[in-house]
Ligand binder design. Structure first.
Ligand code: FEO
Length: 400
């Protein structure tokens, strides 16, 4: 059933939700599905902006036909060529033989690689600052390379003052009562799912996101229209503030993320006591997670949010308990900068995880590793050593 929405006069949302998908990119758990947003902008000429994932083709085509109402689109603006947004680019080029595709110069090769079609005879390459007159309104283009792929650009409609921002400002989650941020609320869940999306999907490219934000700061923006999540119109300054912090790897809060791995519960028990003691002794927020229970994508988001990270891991095969090691590797891959780490190791006869975690965390950019690490031997832990560890970590949080 046709289900498009009007964002502003001449600007339409014609996306769709996938509530069946359980893992985004076959990696990240989706608790509430995902929205594939796509748009149409109508002047004297009509421009479509991106398409959708193949899973929601039927809904998209019904929405498109409803919005076009018999018109043929003149342009397909390709802001992003990842398959969750471009699965219908080649198909629409075949359906509308007079339509031209518009994007950065890298787009035709990506269309050919994924779909086998050569769209170059009807492709209009654009560069930073180029514009496209639709008659009564003009689209302006700003390249945004590596937000989150190299071909990405933003498109700005100067009549509605709408920024079509590709993956930037996107979120996990599906639409419920409407497409706007007010319909999604700005409650904790929306913020968490937007942070989890940003940090895990785009987080590696903070400098590129900051460059794109600088370009966007010159624009008067009334709507931000990303490819996932709500369309933003009510809380744009808040959104830009969040993105500036995330892209700059700036902690949002003083506090400790305590992440532990535990085979038989002993490291977990120590981590639990330490988390509670830190909460009692410091002015920061403390969050405690079992890395074997909570998906790493949630822990990554928490690591971006908080200033300190306490890592607790048994020694395993003379190395670090694997899920803790993988979590720290993820933080390195995503380029998280400037956190303070504290380390708890466990080893009954030859503890090694502390030394190895210290090396891993110490190699991350701008990280500080507090000394000494705390050593557990099975369920045993010296009270004096524990007291010293708590004092150092709580003191560091309070100094932040
Ligand atoms: Fe939602 Fe980079 O694609």
């Amino acid at each position: 059933m046709q289900n498009s929405k009007i964002i502003a006069p001449g600007v339409y949302w014609l996306g769709a939700d996938d509530r069946r998908l359980s893992l985004f990119e076959n990696l990240f758990p989706l608790e509430d599905g995902v929205a594939y947003n796509t748009y149409a902008v109508m002047g004297e000429k009509t421009a479509l902006i991106d398409t959708v994932d193949s899973a929601v083709t039927q809904q998209y085509l019904e929405n498109l036909e409803g919005v076009l109402d018999g018109r043929s689109p003149d342009y397909l603006i390709v802001n992003h060529m990842e398959p969750d947004h471009c699965s219908l680019v080649a198909e629409l080029m075949r359906r509308y033989p007079d339509m031209h595709a518009v994007g950065t110069a890298k787009v035709p090769a990506l269309v050919r690689q994924f779909y086998g079609d050569d769209i170059s005879p009807r492709f209009l390459p654009v560069k930073d600052g180029d514009a496209l007159d639709l008659g009564g309104r003009t689209l302006h283009f700003a390249t945004a390379p590596m937000v989150h792929w190299p071909e990405v650009m933003f498109t700005y409609d100067d009549k509605a003052k709408a920024l079509f921002s590709a993956d930037a400002f996107g979120s996990f989650g599906a639409h419920h009562s409407g497409i706007f941020d007010g319909d999604w609320g700005t409650g904790e869940t929306v913020e968490q799912e937007m942070r989890r999306y940003y940090t895990n999907i785009v987080g590696k490219y903070g400098p590129q996101v900051l460059a794109a934000l600088r370009k966007a700061s010159a624009l008067e923006i009334e709507f931000i229209c990303p490819l996932h999540g709500p369309v933003w119109r009510n809380h744009i300054p808040w959104l830009l503030e969040k993105y500036t912090a995330w892209a700059g790897y700036t902690p949002e809060k003083r506090g400790a993320l305590v992440v532990y791995g535990s085979m038989y519960g002993n490291t977990g028990s120590a981590a639990s006591r330490i988390a509670m003691e830190l909460a009692a002794r410091s002015a920061g927020e403390v969050r405690l997670y079992d890395v074997s229970k909570t998906h790493k994508s949630y822990l990554v988001a928490e690591a971006f949010r908080l200033s300190h990270i306490v890592l607790a891991a048994p020694t395993y095969n003379a190395g670090i308990y694997p899920p803790v090691r993988e979590f720290v590797e993820d933080l390195g891959t995503l380029g998280l900068k400037g956190r303070t780490a504290a380390i708890i190791e466990n080893g009954s006869w030859a503890p090694m995880s502390g030394k190895l975690l210290r090396e891993m965390a110490g190699a991350l950019p701008g990280w500080t590793v507090l000394e000494p690490a705390l050593t557990l031997r099975g369920a045993e832990c010296g009270e004096a050593e524990l007291e010293a560890f708590l004092s150092i970590v709580a003191g560091s949080i309070n100094e932040q």
